[in-house]
Design a protein around this ligand. Structure first.
Ligand code: ADP
Ligand code: MG
Length: 398
């Protein structure tokens, strides 16, 4: 066993023992009881029942652990949080995939079913009734996904940090999800119009038409993010303080829109109009949109300084955990429950951080944690955690 694997094994045992099993499942939060798959990644078919608290999935590389988490992300947001296209997750040689989830909640359980056929649309049904718009799926099941790449979320480019904010908002606010989707489409069209721009009236008219849409949807997106930030900042710095013992992590929203303090949608819109006017010539010369939520960043500061520019590996990892726990806390802020998906991150973390992470998520309700290491079976019954062996497209509870 490699030192990493041994460490992960030790972490799983320690963390499982430390999770207060009485807290898990106590507050009727939403959790996923049963998952069924057909022709999804390497699963020809799968039918598995999870526990309401901690679920450890272990098995060799390439056995299908991440794919299980990915399928669960479809039940929450109707797409892959691994950022794959729908056609990529269809089992090789097949025409489409199906995912079914039985979700337990406050009062009643729900059955979510999602189907995709190559070349066709995605179909989603809740309790047998098909859903016309993706936004209507919002709220049935919320997930927070944490992958090894996320351990560098405070160091890399702004895209991953924007995605964290967007994925949080999309799951608590259906209107945000709609606005973001519309913004992305309008932005693509506007960029095309700018790329093909020639100095004539017709060209200007096309650009202007898309400018209006970009401002419309973009203002909603920016206002949504600006409103989330103080709440996220509060939650993240609290977790960071608890893990590191220091009290100096802060988040800020740095927008390409010259906000000048604007937060509500109308004020943001005015600033957005101004921002786009200021770079009118520049945009036409360069052929793409220079101002808007697609260029924004979530700034993470430690002791007032930008973590991205000076942080040590340990500081980045602690900040990443705090960010992810903050995200989970926001998703769970109305006690609605969030399913935390931790993909192979324990081997990336040292003992203190790993244990802090897993014991915190235990208090949020359900979590699925993947690892390549087999944890000793004797730990499972005492710790209130369920263990599953994943092997070549099969998942078997131990
Ligand atoms: N569309 C697909 N159809 C069939 N198999 C796939 C598809 N996409 C990936 N795979 C295979 O599925 C397996 C499971 O991948 P993954 O869930 O990432 O494994 P793990 O997380 O356990 O390492 C891999 O062996 C991969 O080659
Ligand atoms: Mg994996």
């Amino acid at each position: 066993m490699s030192p990493h694997a041994a460490q992960a094994q030790h972490l799983i045992c320690t963390a499982a023992e430390r999770v207060d099993k009485d807290r898990v499942g106590e507050k009727n939060a939403v959790w996923l009881r049963r998952l069924r798959l057909s022709n999804f990644r390497n699963y020809e078919s799968l039918d598995v029942e999870f526990a309401p608290g901690l679920n450890f999935l272990y098995g060799p590389n390439g056995s299908g652990k991440t794919s299980v988490l990915e399928a669960i992300s479809y039940l929450a947001v109707a797409r892959s949080l691994r950022s794959s296209a729908d056609s990529e997750v269809v089992r090789w040689g097949e025409d489409g995939f199906g995912i079914g989830g039985d979700v337990e909640g406050d009062a009643k359980s729900r059955r979510i079913v999602l189907r995709f056929t190559r070349g066709g649309p995605k179909e989603v049904a809740v309790d047998g009734e098909s859903i016309a718009r993706l936004a209507d799926l919002v709220g049935h099941l919320r997930v927070a996904w944490f992958s090894p790449e996320d351990t560098w979320i405070t160091k890399g480019g702004p895209e991953a940090r924007r995605r964290l904010v967007d994925m949080t908002l999309c799951q608590i606010d259906a209107a945000y999800l709609t606005a973001l989707g519309n913004y992305k489409r309008a932005l693509r069209q506007r960029n095309e119009a700018l790329l093909g721009w020639t100095p004539d009236e017709e060209s200007d008219r096309v650009v202007d038409a898309w400018t209006e849409k970009v401002i419309d949807y973009g203002s909603r997106v920016v206002a949504g993010r600006a409103a989330l930030l103080p709440r996220l900042d509060e939650a993240v710095s609290r977790f960071h303080g608890a893990i590191s013992g220091e009290d100096d992590l802060s988040l800020g929203y740095r927008s390409s829109v010259p906000l000048e303090g604007a937060v509500d949608e109308e004020a943001v819109r005015k600033r957005f109009v101004f921002g786009l006017e200021s770079c009118r010539e520049d945009e036409r010369r360069r052929g793409f949109t220079l101002v808007g939520p697609h260029r924004d960043d979530l700034e993470v500061r430690l002791g007032g300084r930008l973590l991205r520019t000076f942080g040590s590996q340990g500081q980045h990892r602690t900040a990443a955990i705090a960010l992810k726990l903050g995200e989970a806390a926001i998703l769970d802020s109305d006690d609605q429950g969030v399913v935390v998906l931790l993909d192979d991150v324990l081997s990336e973390l040292d003992e203190r951080r790993g244990v802090a992470l897993v014991s915190h998520i235990g208090s949020h309700g359900q979590a699925l944690v993947t690892s390549t290491t087999r944890a000793p079976g004797s730990v499972a019954p005492d710790a209130g955690a369920a263990f599953f062996l994943v092997d070549d497209g099969e998942v078997v509870r131990q």
